[in-house]
Design a protein around this ligand. Structure first.
Ligand code: NDP
Length: 445
């Protein structure tokens, strides 16, 4: 669930076919070597993106912290008393990642199996992300009671982001080098082109592990996602330091995003069937997305609110809470309905829904949430994204960065999924599109 979950949506519509491939014949072995399609502009993209996206992160943080909060200011003004590098930030970041590695290894929660790999085996994954969130919350409360200066995270944000970017590069280099010791069937089908820059960027090894410790699965939802809500808490505490109490706008942003993160971790098992885990190699693209992009750009609203306090009337707050509530309801209900239907179509909660048959034997829902629009889950997600920005008022565009970026990406992702479904389901998909003409927004798109 990262920028690169989203960027990786640009992958070609060969996902299902590729996932079933086994490198047992000559032609398939050839695909595994140097003949894979290149995404993101190939080698040129692989050079530009690792330069531009880290700069974007730093630019957005500087912009959100500066009084002007202008997206036109280049180079961005470094907020006073702020610096790019601070060894404390690196120590804090490494300590945070280390803590989550320990929590990952704790024998809490159940263990689930991933999808079947090309060699016919299935990997085991601990489903204890939600436990990690709860234990982190208890530890944070303890530190708060002991008077830890959480507000300092506001000043440390830039060096923390720089450290996260540096750690992302170092981890990606380690992953790239170690991938040459991995057996060929452990490599991602798209990450072995032979071009070192591209392979470093896209990721060579599919499931790099140290013993049972799965590096990709660990990074996917834990240090970055939980780190995001901790940064939000730091911004809230900074407001308390500056103004005596947290603003209503800040409380809303913190609560909404905590709900989103808690939901993702509560449903952690669902990540095992995502493209990130099943298809993509673990390279700079995912590492940076997990460790730097998500924690330092998804919560920009809270950073913005520290430097740009907003007065929010109870009425406006109630309207924003209602919008987030409606978004969350649509998002959760529609995702759960489809997941339940795919797991067990005879389950009483979905058995009565109208469906159409497809040549693959799978059926498509044409009533319930999936009869409203073709991607009700995206609709819910976008309503929530808007609700996260509205507490920041309308004076600046910067706090709307997430909802703008997310809209573009979900529209693109929807188009890509549509192509895949048309290829998979043929005429049945066309029938579904006629029955459910709108993609994401009823009567609009
Ligand atoms: P979806 O959950 O939208 O799944 C799409 C798949 O669902 C299709 O390929 C098809 O697969 C199946 N499907 C489509 N229509 C129907 C139907 N009518 N009946 C039954 N099955 C159908 O996938 P995503 O991974 O894109 O999204 C999951 C969630 O994650 C969303 O809520 C999204 O908003 C969120 N997300 C959030 C991100 C973030 O950074 N915040 C990033 C990316 C996603 P098949 O038929 O093979 O089962």
């Amino acid at each position: 669930m990262t920028l690169f979950t989203l960027i990786s949506m640009i992958y070609p519509n060969t996902f299902n076919r590729r996932a079933k491939m086994r490198p047992n014949n000559k032609a398939q072995k050839h695909i595994l070597s140097h003949d894979t399609e290149r995404e993101f502009g190939g080698a040129l993209g692989a050079i530009c993106i690792p330069i531009l996206l880290p700069l974007t992160v730093l630019f957005l943080i500087c912009g959100s912290q500066s009084p002007e909060a202008s997206v036109l200011q280049w180079p961005p003004l470094l907020p006073s008393a702020n610096q790019l590098w601070d060894p404390q930030a690196l120590v804090l970041l490494l300590g945070w990642i280390g803590l989550h590695a320990l929590l990952y290894l704790m024998p809490l929660g159940k263990v689930s199996e991933g999808l079947v790999l090309r060699d016919g085996t299935r990997l085991k994954y601990p489903i204890n992300g939600f436990h990690s969130l709860c234990i982190s919350a208890v530890l944070l409360m303890l530190f708060l009671v002991l008077g830890a200066p959480f507000g300092y995270l506001f000043e440390l944000l830039l060096p923390l982001a720089v450290s996260a970017i540096a750690v992302s590069f170092l981890l990606s280099i380690y992953l790239y080098i170690r991938s040459f010791w991995a057996p060929s069937n452990a490599l991602a089908l798209g990450g072995n082109t032979g071009n070192p820059l591209y392979d470093f960027f896209i990721g060579r090894e599919l499931n790099p592990r140290i013993g049972n410790f799965d590096l990709k699965y660990f990074c996917e939802l834990r240090p970055g996602l939980i780190g995001w809500v901790v940064i939000n808490l730091g911004m809230l505490m900074m407001e308390v330091e500056l103004r005596g109490s947290p603003s209503l706008a800040m409380i809303l942003v913190n609560s909404f995003q905590l709900l989103y993160v808690a939901d993702a971790l509560w449903n952690e098992e669902a990540v095992l069937t995502t493209m990130d885990i099943v298809h993509d190699g673990f390279g700079f693209m995912l590492v940076f997305g997990d460790l730097a992009w998500v924690p330092f750009t998804y919560g920009l609203q809270a950073v913005f609110l520290v430097a740009h306090p907003q007065a929010l009337t109870s009425l406006k707050a109630a309207a924003i809470i209602a919008l987030n509530g409606v978004g969350y309801y649509i998002f959760r209900k529609s995702n759960s309905q489809k997941n339940q239907f795919r797991r067990d179509p005879t389950h009483p909660s979905v058995a009565r829904l109208e469906t159409i048959a497809t040549v693959t034997g799978k059926r498509l829902l044409v009533s319930g949430w999936w009869g409203l629009v073709r991607h009700p889950n995206y609709l819910g997600d976008l309503l929530m994204a808007l609700a996260w920005s509205l507490p920041c008022g309308f004076s600046h565009i910067l706090p709307y960065f997430y909802v703008i970026y997310f809209t573009i990406l979900l529209i693109h992702r929807e188009a890509r999924d549509e192509r895949q479904c048309r290829a998979k389901y043929g005429l049945a998909w066309d029938t579904y599109c006629r029955r459910v003409p709108y993609r994401i927004f009823p009567y609009i798109y």
